[in-house]
Structures are given as C-alpha cells and as structure tokens.
Design a protein around this ligand. Structure first.
Ligand code: PLP
Length: 416
C-alpha cells in the first residue's frame, strides 16, 4: 500500500474561516431579515481598472486570430511583464533588479506555498505570531514542522516570533544563531503593522550573520503611505539573503484574475547553489505559466492610465482604512494598523477573547470581523477589520459601533 504524505494529517483543521461561515450562517438562519455588514474577509470589492480590462480585451482578440494566437507561454512569465515589473517596481525606485530575476506566477499564495520545495525537510522555520496561516500550513505539509506539541502549544520545527503592541507588531530579532527560513510580511496581514528601514535592516543583518533566508511577503506594499521600505531589496545585503513575493491581487483587484510575482536575485546562493536557478527548475517542472491575457492585463497596471486607476482604487481602500481607524478610536477602541495597510487590528475593549467578541459584534451589531486568535496565540484578544469593503459598509459598521448597544436594524438594506 502506498503511504500518503503524513504532513496532511498533522495539519490543524482550517478552523477560522469555516467557523466564521458557520456562525454567520447560523445568525442568518435565525435573523433572516437582518442586514449584516461583513468586514471580515480580505477580498477586494472594486472592479478591475479599465486599463486592465481594455488590455485583456485586446489580448483576447489576439488569441482569436491565427497570426497572433499564442500557446504555452514561458514558465516564468512573458518578458514584457517581467521587464515592466523590474523597471517600475524596482529600477524606477533605485533598486537594481533584472527582468531575469522576476518570476511571474498565479499569485503570492502559490509562491509562499511552493518556495518550500527548495529547502530541505530539516530546515527550521520562523513565522510571526499572529501570522497569515499559509506559511505554517505549507511547512506542515512539507514535513518541516514536526508533530504539534499540545503541551507546549507549538510546532517543534517552527519558531514563532511574537508580535504585539509592545514591539509595534514587528518581531524582535532572535538572540540565537541557527539558520532558518524566516517569513516576514510587511505591511502585515492581519495586524496592519509596517516595518521601518532600521527594523528591516536588523533582520537582513541577522539573516546574513546566521545564513538564514528571509521570505518577504510584500503583497501589501502598494498600501504604504509613509516613508517606509517598499521592498526588502532596498536594504543592503538583502539580495544575498532574501526572496520577495508580491501580488497584484489587492493592488489591482486581481484576486479573481490570479497574478503575482517572486523576485530571486542571482546573488542568493546556499552552499554554492543558486536559489534562483533552483526556482527556475522548480517552476519549469511544476508550473506552466500564467495566461497571456492575464499577463497583458497585469502589464497594463504599469501604463500611465493604469497607474492612475490603481492609485485611485488604493486611495479608496485607504480612505476606508482611515475611516475605520478614526471611527473605532472615537468610540474608544485601541486600534492598530490601517495607516500603511488595508487592515485595522483592534483590541477587544475589556479583555474579551476574540471569539466571544466576534459573537458580540455579530449578534448585537450585525458586524462580521475576523477573530484575531485565528491567526495565532498572540492574536487572542484582538479582531481584524478589512478596508476592502464598500464605503457604505464601512460607514455603516462605524455607525453601528458608535451606537451604545442594541440589536441590528434591518432598515439599511445592507447585504455586504
Ligand atoms: N500574502 C498575504 C499576506 C495575504 O494576505 C494574501 C491574501 O490575502 C496573499 C499573500 C495571497 O495573495 P494572492 O492572492 O496573490 O495569492
């Protein structure tokens, strides 16, 4: 009999979003006339920028003509897109990155999950707590985590880096010297925290000293409003110790389109082996590229028109973030994030646990949030709200939170 990958049986059940859906479903069954405001899930609500749609129409027409039809594309992305990324996201910002160091993919989640193929099973892993759960689950599947130790509440192969109000949700550099794969995500989901240059430099220095590799998820870099690093490659030495992953999902409304990219520079070597070359080999074997139409759509994000439209969408979401932040603070909540990220991270007012407060907001205010404990132990006592909702939902959420208490009115007709 064959053996299945035992990593799968070690996974902890995907409790968070299933449990939210269950509780919301129950509420809707018992209150069919109430209008919920859902600021829980982190999906975008604005449609694609018209520059993207136009480019995809054009590319679709090309695919329908014999002379311009294209079959399989390059595994790593078409050169027109790799070049546009390298030029606009890097060289235009003073970071020397070649198009041949940019690898287009169907999104940042895929790359976060697949990058582990390049590293041995006994590599130690470090993740922030709270954390985007994909980093942990991918390593559990890959066999790097060991078996979850219930008595310690930890995976033996995965170190957790505490992120809380005491360190502004930016993990402190550890004192140990063991080489590990360090997942950093800034601006952060779920906490909305950002990292400054000095803090990121400390992490790069640590990685260089210990032979660690930083997997830098900058899916939300476009939401930065302050003077902060957008790329880890702004930090000296980072090309030798970091991989950067980005996404068009939140930046340009591509959650349903699927396109992102990973940058691995030629300088990144482990034991004389080029990590970039390994990724090329990995992608050539397990990935067949992103559709031509999608990549033409992504390229249009970098046109003058596209840039303006993307900026307008991001500004819209960040206005929601500011409204949430200010609205919540005005009502007396302790609020983090929402300045350089489309999420606000909120402390439950009287130390309630995250799920208890989730239930309160659902049942008493008709608002759906994401309980912080679903992102890790350090998320307990917090909840996350997203700025990706409509303006109407955002304002309605604030209005409901400002009301002293009482049940949800069904008069607003909101359904999102
Ligand atoms: N990384 C982080 C931190 C995210 O929050 C998300 C989506 O929520 C992703 C990656 C996924 O990005 P993509 O849609 O490109 O797969």
């Amino acid at each position: 009999m064959i053996k299945v990958n035992s990593g799968f049986s070690r996974l902890k059940s995907n409790y968070l979003f299933a449990e939210i859906a269950r509780r919301v479903g129950e509420y809707k069954n018992t209150h069919p006339d109430d209008a919920l405001v859902d600021l829980g899930i982190g999906d975008v609500t604005l449609p694609l920028p018209s520059a993207v749609v136009d480019a995809m129409h054009h590319a679709t027409a090309e695919m329908g003509r014999k002379e311009s039809f294209r079959g399989y594309g390059p595994y790593y992305g078409y050169n027109f897109l790799r070049e546009a990324i390298a030029e606009n996201d890097y060289r235009g910002r003073g970071i020397e990155v070649g198009a041949d160091e940019v690898f287009v993919s169907d999104g940042c989640k895929s790359d976060c999950g697949s990058i582990g193929d390049l590293f041995s099973e006994d590599t130690r892993v470090a993740v922030c707590d709270p954390v985007y759960p994909v980093y942990i689950d991918a390593n559990v599947m890959d066999g790097r985590s060991g078996v979850f130790d219930d008595s310690k509440g930890k995976w033996p192969g995965i170190d957790t880096l505490y992120c809380g109000p005491e360190n502004d949700f930016v993990p402190d550099v550890p004192s140990g010297d063991e080489a590990c794969l360090i997942y950093l995500c800034f601006p952060n989901n779920p906490t909305g925290a950002s990292i400054n240059k000095a803090q990121l430099t400390a992490w790069v220095d640590y990685a260089l000293q210990t032979g660690s590799i930083i997997l830098f998820d900058s899916a939300y870099e476009a939401f930065i409003t302050e003077e902060l690093p957008h790329s880890i490659f702004e930090i000296e030495g980072a090309k030798k110790c970091a991989i950067e992953m980005r996404s068009f999902s939140k930046t340009a409304g591509f959650t349903g389109m699927r396109c992102g990219y990973t940058v691995i520079c030629k300088e990144l070597m482990v034991d004389g082996i080029s990590i970039r070359d390994m990724w090329i080999r990995r992608q050539a074997t397990k990935f067949n590229g992103v559709s031509y139409i999608t990549q033409r759509g992504a390229e249009a994000i970098y046109s003058t028109e596209g840039k303006g439209q993307v900026r307008a969408n991001i500004d819209f979401y960040m206005r929601n973030a500011a409204r949430l932040r200010e609205g919540l603070i005005a009502v007396g909540y302790e609020v983090f994030g929402g300045v350089n990220a489309p999420y606000v991270w909120v402390k439950t007012p009287s130390g309630e646990d995250s799920w208890a407060y989730f239930d309160y907001l659902l049942n008493e205010k008709g608002i759906v949030v994401t309980p912080g404990s679903g992102f890790g132990d350090a998320g307990e006592g917090f909840f996350r709200m997203t700025a990706f909702g409509s303006e109407e939902s955002t304002l309605e959420a604030i209005r409901r939170l400002s009301e002293k208490c009482g049940h949800v009115s069904s008069s607003s007709g909101l359904t999102t």
